[in-house]
Design a protein around this ligand. Sequence first.
Ligand code: ASP
Length: 298
Amino acid sequence: MDGTEAAARKGIETLKTGGGALAAALEATVVLEDDPRFNAGTGANIRLDGRTVQMDAAVMDGSTGDFGAVAALEGVKNPARVALKVMESPHLLLAGEGAQRFARVMGFPPYDPICPENRARFERLKQLLAEADRGNSELEAWTGYDWRKAWNFPRPLKEALVELLGHPDTVGAVARDAQGRYAAAISTGGTSITFYGRVGDVPIFGAGIYAGPRGAVACTGHGEEIIKRLVAKSVYDDLARGLHPQKAVDRALRNVPPSVGMGIIAVGDLGDGAGCNLDGPRKGSYRGTQRMAWSLAR
Ligand code: ASP
């Protein structure tokens, strides 16, 4: 995908012009936040009420162990940049209104991430949900019946809807610089079908993101499942044990059932790795992130 290639180019340019791994991962992620096709920053998913956009983001510097994150943040253009400011503060994670007020104090102006791309995605979702609730002739029998509770297809309702929507993923980048330092950055609009205030894996230390002296890891997919498995930290632990990043990614993905969508990018001393456990339309975006991981690793 050209968006991830542009992000990788920005990351490499940052490294070539003297930026370290942290700056490279952050700048690559900002390119993706600014691309309305992705579910982060401008274009982040609109929640079920049709107007709320709550974003999570995090950055981690593997050489220092420093971490910063924001959760359920509204009204800023680049949550990943705010996460960097949190990293520079005594805290690790700021959420909701406090995160937004912190962003303003740090000089981030109000910004509306709603644009034609995320509005169109939301309209498709709305139509889809309304179809089953409306008493039109074809769906007469379903009127008043809570079809969601009776969902009995082998794969979860949310996953089916996500595919119908062509739901784009969380964005992120992992980087290694010439000094061998590692960093990761990650940003998301989360999922549309959630409660107000829901926070996913992205800003949770070791869940969607982790970096250390031996590598960096970033994840996308079903946030709750990523948190329960602390996926990024477990992949990193494998890198630190000397496993090739591709083997570490494959191992993590083998441990999740096919119903749990997940994608991972990683870079370490032995190279890089990327993968996802989904076939079909979403695979393309993982190939994109994979290219990004490769480019940044060189
Ligand atoms: N992992 C994100 C979250 O759960 C969503 C995604 O990657 O699509 O918030």
